[in-house]
Design a protein around this ligand. Structure first.
Ligand code: PLP
Length: 418
């Protein structure tokens, strides 16, 4: 059986009860209360199709890929490469060889930083343009390369609503600018960035653009050809797929010009003790045994999502965002951090006189999972002069009823803490 074409129906209506019943974990109790899972920007829950795909793979198809002539190896190889094709279609890449399976967004960005340095496409004192709202995964990898001198990060500022200020963007380019690397949707603020504009300006200066799509792929259509971005990254676990698998998309001309990231099996064509020649794309970047079941289950997650009309998902998530924003703002002393016009269903907030950690702890007593802290975006906290926020991040399986539970519990929490 080809797992990629498994039991998922081609088209499904947007029925919330049915959708919720696809996710076994949503049926469980936490602290004696029904789980209200509102930490989807950290990781999403998995539908049983994805969970079953992993079991099915190990029950019936497990073998190493690309190496064996035996039946199971051929089946596993076909399933893995079909998964790549599925992701190619999902991102509308030109070719499946532009899809590299990695561990996640973090590894994808490290791969680009490290290989650009090796190829001397990034040298000490060169410049990379990022934004004030990057996840640490799009800050630290650039700081780790090019030795002591390092490279210079030029940072696009943000306004009080958490939107990029692009007025002086063109002035940031000079002969040392080698890459623009920006987050598509902010995990802390929810801001959807005007990436089309950023890409077209960067290309005017012949500078390639990497988009960190970790938060974007689950909330909107991503078409890498239409965007014309040069690299795109995302993590499977934020797209209802498993942890440990992610994707780096790159235009062929850039991937071809970069050297391998790691050495080992599968990424070579010939090896002698004097010299090694490297395999073609995408295998050049996939040294060693990959996360085979992860790639297959990620493709199942993509299939699962594709069965719905994306407009229904977006509409429902917008409804949740609007309702939660309205209800949260009724709470005295609550301030939303991130009020961009164009937002994904992520709401960070602070409450006067109450520490976010205490809010998170007490909500947990009611079975409600939210995130508190800096969300791996410390420069955003500095920008807004706050140590931390509480963050509610929603997915298409969340309900208005769950938002009501959150608001009631939050009111109770505040009355205890104040
Ligand atoms: N970029 C953004 C915007 C994120 O939200 C995250 C995770 O929260 C990452 C990068 C890192 O993703 P991962 O930990 O899956 O590599």
């Amino acid at each position: 059986m080809n797992l990629i074409n498994s039991k998922i129906p081609n088209k499904r209506p947007f029925n919330l009860d049915e959708i919720r019943s696809d996710f076994p974990i949503l049926q469980r109790l936490v602290n004696g209360k029904p789980l209200v899972y509102l930490d989807n920007a950290a990781t999403t829950q998995k539908p049983d199709f994805v969970i079953e795909a992993i079991k099915h793979y190990y029950d019936f198809e497990n073998a190493n890929i690309h190496r064996g002539l035996h039946f199971l190896s051929e089946v596993a190889t076909e399933a893995y490469e079909t998964a790549r094709l599925k992701v190619k279609e999902f991102l509308n890449a030109l070719s499946a060889s532009e899809i590299i399976f990695v561990r996640g967004t973090t590894e994808a960005i490290n791969l680009i930083a490290s290989t650009m340095e090796k190829a001397k496409m990034l040298k000490p004192n060169d410049e990379v343009i990022i934004t004030n709202m990057e996840h640490h995964a799009n800050i630290v990898p650039w700081q780790l390369i090019c030795g002591e001198k390092g490279i210079k990060l030029r940072v696009i500022p943000i306004n009080d609503d958490g939107e990029l200020i692009l007025d002086n963007f063109e002035d940031m380019f000079n002969e040392k600018t080698k890459l623009v690397s920006v987050v598509h949707i902010s995990n802390s603020l929810g801001t959807i960035n005007p990436v089309e504009k950023i890409i077209s300006i960067s290309h005017k200066y012949n500078v390639p653009v990497l988009l960190d799509g970790a938060q974007a792929v689950s909330h909107q259509n991503v078409d890498v050809q239409k965007l014309d971005c040069d690299f795109y990254t995302f993590s499977g676990h934020k797209l209802y797929g498993p942890t440990g698998i992610g994707v780096l998309y790159g235009k062929t001309k850039f991937l071809d010009s970069l050297p391998p990231y790691q050495g080992g099996g599968d990424m070579i064509r010939t090896v002698t003790f004097d010299k090694t020649t490297f395999n073609d794309l995408p295998h050049k970047f996939e040294a060693g045994t990959p996360h085979i079941s992860g790639a297959i289950a990620l493709a199942i997650a993509v299939n699962y999502l594709n069965a719905f009309d994306l407009n229904d998902i977006i509409q429902h998530e917008n409804k949740l965002l609007k309702y939660a924003t309205k209800e949260l703002l009724k709470i005295d002393g609550l301030r939303i951090i991130g009020t961009a016009k164009d937002k994904a269903p992520v709401i960070s907030f602070t409450i006067d006189g109450v520490h976010p950690y205490d809010v998170g702890t007490l909500l947990n007593n009611d079975g409600i999972a939210i995130r508190t802290g800096h969300h791996c975006t410390q420069p955003i906290m500095d920008r807004f002069k706050i140590p931390a926020t509480a963050r509610v991040s929603m997915a298409f399986y969340n309900t208005i009823y769950e938002i009501d539970i959150l608001i009631n519990s939050l009111r109770k929490t505040i009355s205890i803490l104040k």
